[in-house]
Design a protein around this ligand. Sequence first.
Ligand code: ATP
Length: 243
Amino acid sequence: MGSEVPVISVSHVGKAFGDKQVLEDISLQVDRAETFGILGPSGSGKTTLVKLLTGIDEVTSGEVKVLGVTMPKLSMLQQIGYMAQSDALYTELSAKENLEFFAALYGLKGAERSQRIKAVMELVDLQEHLRKRVDQYSGGMKRRLSLAIALLHEPPLLLLDEPTVGIDPVLRLSIWKELKALNQKGTTIVLTTHVMDEAEKCDRLGMIRDGKLLAADTPAGLLQATGSTSIEEAFLYYGGVRS
Ligand SMILES: Nc1ncnc2c1ncn2[C@@H]1O[C@H](COP(=O)(O)OP(=O)(O)OP(=O)(O)O)[C@@H](O)[C@H]1O
């Protein structure tokens, strides 16, 4: 494991929008098959960091590498399944048409395409709504369809921005079960969350506040470092409420 190129390598990354510094000197690595959770108060820079990892945005300083390749790099989209915070769906099309559009983008064809569409729709429990137009979907259904699209091409890296918002607890559990199964097969997962019991399921957590990475450690390591008995307490220790 030690000799492998890290799936994600972030070195001294800064990001500014105009004169507003949003991320400052962030360095971190995520290894293959890790689940890395990004925690931080609203506006602390989590989405900005995820967008730098996808290559949608570009760093102002420092460097982001995914699987050894300096980002942004368009061809790396094949390697990444990205679920944005606001759903990027064609609402006037059916779920099936949305999935087919993205499948084509990822070069999935024929039987493999049909089989993947079926598998991901079953996973998010939307198989009965495949032909429904997305503008008739509820908010939670749209989140689930977005997750299905991120998983469609079985990418080695999943970048999920608040993946389970608006998803009921039962389905959330089954989605986590699947994420963990993907993990065991070697998929690397980076996600942002506000849900503390989800944070506990991550192998490691990065605590961000005001654009700075204050700590990155296992949940147990963070509890120990902060003298906390819960991740929520550790989150508050790192400035979860005050900014
Ligand atoms: N394109 C942009 N132009 C200017 N400022 C931006 C832009 N994108 C993000 N920001 C600012 O960067 C800061 C961090 O935003 P970001 O969305 O990364 O936070 P977040 O931690 O994901 O928040 P939340 O938990 O509410 O989603 C905010 O102050 C936001 O206003």
